[in-house]
Design a protein around this ligand. Structure first.
Ligand code: COA
Length: 164
């Protein structure tokens, strides 16, 4: 079977990135967004990710099957060397280890780009995401109680951090 190839994202990938993400907006607590991202918003998001904050995709047989990114952890300047990782696989491609390929590549790029630390904010019920981050050396640094409310339920966020 062909292996997915990881590469930097291009503007042409944005519809696929958005479709993958919006599935989780509507069907999961893994993102606290409740309203789907529009194409315009996705374009602005992509443009805001400069060289220091890459967006990458996995392509399989010409189809984007997942994406990952490093985003600023916070807007204030002193946070310049801290990034937050995001990984969203198409729901048909979860549970096969592709998340690990993304996290490995994002950590490699984060180090190469001179970042100092990577954080992940994860809904506390997302066992696969927490296990994935633990596997790559992230440790739990906080547990925020009931900071989210989606689909009629209060949600806790776990923050995980890895120094580079
Ligand atoms: C979270 C996500 C990126 C993980 O990627 P993946 O390729 O599906 O994950 P993997 O198959 O590599 O599994 C990661 C680890 O979690 C473990 N795991 C999977 N499901 C689990 C569960 N329900 N409970 C506990 N551990 C679980 C796996 O065993 C694996 O550990 P191992 O390699 O030591 O066996 C992917 O599932 C995804 O995109 N999910 C939807 C979006 C999302 O939640 N994104 C993260 C937002 S913070």
């Amino acid at each position: 079977m062909t292996e997915p190839c990881l590469r930097s994202a291009a503007r042409a990938d944005l519809p696929a990135i958005n479709a993958i993400y919006n599935h989780y907006v509507l069907h999961s607590n893994c993102t606290y967004q409740t309203v789907p991202t529009t194409e315009q918003e996705r374009m602005a998001w992509f443009d805001a990710h400069g060289e220091k904050h890459p967006v990458i995709v996995a392509e399989l047989d010409g189809t984007v099957i997942g994406w990952g990114s490093l985003s600023r952890f916070h807007l204030r300047q002193a946070y310049d060397h801290s990034v937050e990782d995001s990984i969203y696989l198409h729901h048909d491609h979860c549970g096969r280890g592709l998340g690990g390929s993304f996290l490995k590549e994002l950590l490699r790029r984060a180090k190469e780009l001179g970042h100092h630390t990577v954080l992940g904010g994860i809904d506390s019920s997302q066992a696969a995401s927490i296990a994935l981050h633990e596997k790559f050396g992230f440790v739990k640094v906080s547990h925020l109680k009931e900071v989210g409310f989606k689909d009629g339920r209060w949600l806790d966020v776990v923050w995980m951090q890895r120094m580079l």
